[in-house]
Ligand binder design. Structure first.
Ligand code: ADP
Ligand code: ADP
Length: 225
C-alpha cells in the first residue's frame, strides 16, 4: 500500500475551469517528490488540498490508506514550509520552535531539549534567544524548516521554500534540505518552478502544465534524452 495516494484528484474554483485535472500519484514512504511547472499550473492548489486548506472537487487523497478529508487537521501531522517564513515576529527563535510542541501538550523540559536539538540540527544552536528580525534570510528559512520538522511529521510539504533567497543561499538550502531528508527519512512533496532545484533534490519529478501532469519520473529518466 502506498504511503500517500492521489486518486483522480480534480479541482475547480469556479465550477467551470479545472485547475487540476485527473491527478494520479502514488508516493512511497520516504520519497522526495517534486511538482514542477510554471506559475498557475495548479501545483499550490494540489498542496493546499493535501494540507486540507482546500476541498477537492472530485477524487480522493489518502494518507496511509485513510482519506485526508476525514482526518482532523491536527491529526494529519503534516509539516509545512512556505516561501514567506511565517515565523512569529514577537517570539524568539526558541519560542517559535517550541510552539508546535506546546500545541501538542509537550512538557516544558522536554520542549526545551527538543528545541535545542533542532536548533543544532539546522546549525543555529546559539541563536535561540534572537528574534526573527535579527537573523538573515537564510537563517530564518532554516528556522522555518526546523519548526516544520520538530514534531517529527512523516510528511512535509514545501511550497517554493527557497523562492525568496538569492542564488548562493538557494544552493546552500537545497543541500541542507537534502541532508535533513536523508537524515530524518520523512516524505516530501516539494513545489517549485525551478528545474535545477527539482533535478538536484528529488527522487521523482511530476511535470505540470495547465493542471495536467505531462510526465512523472526520476530526474535521470526525465532528462536523459
Ligand atoms: P501554481 O502553484 O502552479 O502557480 P496555483 O495552484 O496557484 O498554481 O493556481 C492554479 C490556477 O488556479 C490558477 O489559474 C490560479 O489563478 C487559480 N487559483 C488559485 N487559487 C485560487 C483561488 N483561491 N480562487 C480562485 N482561483 C484560484
Ligand atoms: P546568511 O549567509 O545566512 O544569509 P548573512 O551573510 O546574510 O548570512 O549574515 C551574516 C551574519 O549577519 C549572520 O550571522 C546574521 O546573524 C547577521 N545578520 C544578518 N542580517 C541581520 C540583521 N538584520 N540583524 C542582525 N544580524 C543580522
Amino acid at each position: 500500500r502506498a504511503f500517500l495516494e492521489f486518486d483522480r484528484v480534480q479541482k475547480s474554483y469556479d465550477q467551470e475551469t479545472l485547475v487540476v485535472r485527473n491527478f494520479d500519484l502514488s508516493v512511497a514512504e520516504g520519497e522526495f517528490v517534486t511538482l514542477l511547472g510554471p506559475s498557475g499550473s495548479g501545483k499550490s492548489t494540489l498542496l493546499m488540498m493535501l494540507a486540507g486548506f482546500e476541498s477537492l472537487t472530485s477524487g480522493d487523497i489518502r494518507l496511509q490508506g485513510r482519506s485526508i478529508a476525514r482526518m482532523a487537521p491536527y491529526k494529519r501531522d503534516i509539516g509545512m514550509v512556505f516561501q514567506n517564513y511565517a515565523l512569529f515576529p514577537h517570539m524568539t527563535i526558541a519560542e517559535n520552535l517550541g510552539y508546535p510542541l506546546k500545541l501538542r501538550n509537550m512538557r516544558g523540559a522536554e520542549v526545551r531539549a527538543k528545541v535545542q536539538e533542532y536548533l543544532d540540527l539546522v546549525e543555529l544552536g546559539a541563536y535561540g534567544n534572537r528574534r526573527p528580525a535579527q537573523l538573515s534570510g537564510g537563517q530564518r528559512q532554516r528556522v522555518a524548516l526546523a519548526r516544520a520538522l520538530i514534531f517529527a511529521p512523516r510528511l512535509v510539504l514545501m511550497d517554493e521554500p527557497l523562492g525568496a533567497l538569492d542564488k548562493k543561499l538557494r544552493e546552500q538550502m537545497q543541500f541542507e534540505i537534502t541532508r535533513l531528508h536523508r537524515q530524518l527519512g520523512f516524505t516530501v512533496i516539494y513545489v517549485t518552478h525551478d528545474q535545477t532545484e527539482a533535478l538536484t533534490m528529488s527522487n521523482r519529478i511530476a511535470v505540470f502544465n495547465a493542471g495536467v501532469v505531462q510526465q512523472c519520473d526520476a530526474p535521470d529518466v526525465l532528462y536523459e534524452s
